[in-house]
Design a protein around this ligand. Structure first.
Ligand code: AMP
Ligand code: FE
Ligand code: FE
Ligand code: ZN
Length: 281
């Protein structure tokens, strides 16, 4: 069984449509793929139809933007009820924050002498409901300002740089509680990736475990081998589910091919057992 529990489609900042993503997952030899778009469940229906067609298991999920001590933390949520009131409300608020941020980023970049417009960004965002910096990055690539998304993040779009604008995100602890109340299974994405490392200590993870955190994503491209080893130790201490995944974004992220990291079947089964509703139910 090959299981990849974290991917993005064009419903957020991936470059494949949900159906194309699922077909690619099948072609890559995966048995299970989770669709976990940023702050959005809008890709689920199309992905499910494609999964039924090609014969692969789709696990519906999402990756929610949260904050802990002013640092961004991404929370994966599997199988939550997408109609659960508090979940719908918080996602609406996050998506509104994303929508409001786009003009602010454009205006900051224009102030920096870059001739970019909101339309340029909307064109790249296409059907995505989660407008984000990756779409601004794509617009900057098309305008010839930078060579790729990585360069856009490295020079213009990250905190402290000319095009960075903050946006609303709920507190991590609040979000864990909401996901659990929605019957879903919360798992912290790339806990020590890029810039998360200092806030998500073992003590913090233990207190999140006490309110329902189910697992941590250990095998992720942002984690070098020694980080994976330490996180695996913490997961064992705290009895957390260990997941592994690609965090595939289509052409939007290099070195994140489908199946590049995978989740052990026993861990996947344990994760499913923690959801209120069965897969496919
Ligand atoms: P936002 O959702 O607007 O806050 O932007 C964050 C998203 O940008 C993350 O989910 C990543 O998918 C993407 N991202 C962050 N850094 C990079 C990078 N260096 N290259 C490509 N994509 C990135
Ligand atoms: Fe992303
Ligand atoms: Fe993430
Ligand atoms: Zn992701």
């Amino acid at each position: 069984m090959r299981i990849d529990l974290h991917t993005h489609s064009s419903a957020s900042d991936g470059t494949d449509t949900p159906a194309a993503l699922v077909r690619e997952a099948k072609a890559a030899g995966l048995d299970v793929v989770a669709l976990t778009d940023h702050d959005a469940t809008s890709g689920w229906a199309e992905a499910q139809r494609a999964a039924d067609e090609v014969g692969i298991t789709l696990l519906p999920g999402l990756e929610i933007s949260t904050k802990l001590h002013h640092r961004g933390v991404h929370l994966l949520a599997y199988l939550p009820d997408p109609t659960h009131g508090p979940l719908v409300e918080v996602l609406d608020r996050i998506l509104a924050g994303r929508t409001e941020r786009t003009p602010a980023i454009v205006s900051a970049l224009r102030g920096h002498g870059i001739d970019i417009t909101e339309d340029d960004v909307h064109r790249e965002a296409g059907e995505s409901v989660a407008a984000g910096r990756p779409h601004v990055a794509d617009a900057l690539v098309r305008l010839g300002v930078v060579g790729d998304r990585t360069e856009a993040f490295a020079t213009l779009l990250s905190p402290g740089q000319p095009g960075y604008v903050n946006r609303y995100a709920p507190a991590l602890e609040e979000m864990v509680r909401i996901v659990v109340a929605a019957g879903g299974v919360p798992v912290i994405a790339h806990p020590w990736g890029r810039r998360g490392g200092t806030v998500l200590t073992e003590d913090v993870l233990a207190s999140l475990r006490a309110i329902g955190l189910a697992g941590i994503e250990v095998d992720h491209q942002d984690h070098p081998p020694e980080v994976r080893t330490r996180l695996r130790g913490i997961a064992a201490d705290l009895d957390l589910v260990v997941t592994g995944s690609s965090d595939h974004h289509g052409l939007g992220k290099v070195d994140h091919d489908l199946g590049v990291n995978t989740t052990e079947p026993e861990q996947y089964e344990r994760l499913l057992s923690l959801a209120r509703r069965p897969l496919g139910g």
